[in-house]
Design a protein around this ligand. Structure first.
Ligand code: SF4
Ligand code: SF4
Length: 277
C-alpha cells in the first residue's frame, strides 16, 4: 500500500507528516516533490546512488529541412516554430511525444537526450529514501516523478511526499497513491487550497482523509468543521506547538526530538492501514 501526504499549498506541513510517519513506521519514503525536494533534510541517511533522468527532444537537420511546417503544425505544445528561414525549437515545452520526427516528410528530424533531473537513493537510518529532483528551469517535471516512483514496491508499505497543489506534478505523484493524507493548514488560506485538492482527488477517485495541521485556537477548528459539514473524512488536528516549529526549523525529526510525538504518527499509520489494507 502506498500512502501519500499531500497539501493544497506549500508550507502546510506534508513533509513534516511524511518524514515522521516514515521514520516512526520504518517505511520507505519517496520524495516526489521534485521541484523542491526537502525530505532528505529531515530524514537521516547516506546517498547510495544517483541517476540522471533524460527525455528525447527533436534536433532539426537544416540541410534536409524544406521549411514545410508540418512539424510545427503537428506539435500541440508549440515546441517547434518555422520562423523565417529556420525551424526554432523550444525544448522546455517539448513533451517528447516523437510525433514531429514521424510527420517530417524529409526525415530531417532526429532525437537527442536532454537531462531534466535525477533520482537519488539514500540508505536511511530508519528506512530507504528515494528522491526525485528536477533540473533548474525544467518545465516538464512528471517524467522525473515517474522515474522516482518506479522504485515503489506495490507489495510493501510506502510513503510519498507529493508536490503541493492540484496541478500536473501533484496529480502525477498522487497517481501512485492508494490513499492520500490531505494535510491542510488550519487557516482560511489552508481551507481554500484544500478545497481544490479535494476536488481533484474526487475526480481521480482517490480515497483520502484530512489532517488539520498548525491548528490554532483563533480559527476554532476551521478545517475540522468544514470536513464535518461536508462529510469529508477527518483524522485529527495537530496543534501549532513550539516543539514542532523548532524541530522543523532545525531540520530534525520530531519523533527523535520528543518521543511523545511518536504516538501521533503511530496513530495516523494505524488508522490508515487498519481501514485500507
Ligand atoms: S516531440 Fe512532440 S512535443 Fe516534442 S517537439 Fe516534437 S511534436 Fe512537439
Ligand atoms: S517537417 Fe521536417 S522539413 Fe518540414 S519544417 Fe519540420 S523539419 Fe523541416
Amino acid at each position: 500500500m502506498t500512502i501519500a501526504a499531500a497539501s493544497g499549498k506549500g508550507g502546510a506541513g506534508k513533509t513534516f507528516i511524511a518524514v515522521n510517519m516514515a521514520a516512526a513506521g520504518r517505511i520507505s519514503l519517496f520524495d516526489l516533490d521534485v521541484e523542491e525536494p526537502n525530505a532528505h533534510l529531515y530524514f537521516p541517511g547516506n546517498q547510495v546512488s544517483s541517476r540522471r533522468v533524460c527525455r528525447s527532444i527533436p534536433v532539426i537537420d537544416e540541410k534536409q529541412c524544406t521549411l514545410c511546417g508540418e512539424c510545427s503544425r503537428f506539435c500541440a505544445y508549440h515546441a517547434l516554430a518555422v520562423l523565417g528561414s529556420t525551424v526554432v525549437s523550444f525544448p522546455e515545452l517539448c513533451h517528447s511525444c516523437g510525433g514531429c520526427t514521424r510527420v517530417c516528410p524529409q526525415a530531417a528530424i532526429t532525437e537527442t537526450d536532454m537531462s531534466i533531473g535525477s533520482v537519488i537513493e539514500y540508505e536511511g537510518t530508519y528506512a530507504p529514501l528515494v528522491q526525485g529532483i528536477s533540473d533548474v528551469g525544467t518545465a516538464v517535471v512528471p517524467p522525473v516523478i515517474h522515474q522516482a516512483a518506479g522504485f515503489i514496491d506495490p507489495d510493501q508499505l510506502a510513503i510519498i511526499d507529493a508536490p503541493p497543489g492540484n496541478n500536473c506534478p501533484a496529480m502525477a505523484a498522487l497517481s501512485y497513491a492508494d490513499f492520500v493524507l490531505v494535510v491542510a493548514e488550519d487557516s482560511p488560506f489552508g481551507l481554500h487550497d484544500m478545497q481544490y485538492l479535494i476536488r481533484a482527488l474526487h475526480a481521480a477517485c482517490k480515497p483520502f482523509t484530512v489532517i488539520a495541521n498548525k491548528a490554532q485556537q483563533s480559527f476554532g477548528g476551521l478545517i475540522e468543521q468544514y470536513c464535518r459539514d461536508h462529510q469529508f473524512p477527518f483524522l485529527m488536528s495537530i496543534p501549532d506547538e513550539p516543539e514542532i516549529r523548532s524541530a522543523m526549523s532545525e531540520g530534525a525529526l520530531l519523533i527523535e526530538k520528543d518521543p511523545r510525538y511518536r504516538r501521533i504518527f503511530d496513530q495516523i499509520l494505524e488508522s490508515v492501514t487498519k481501514e485500507h489494507i
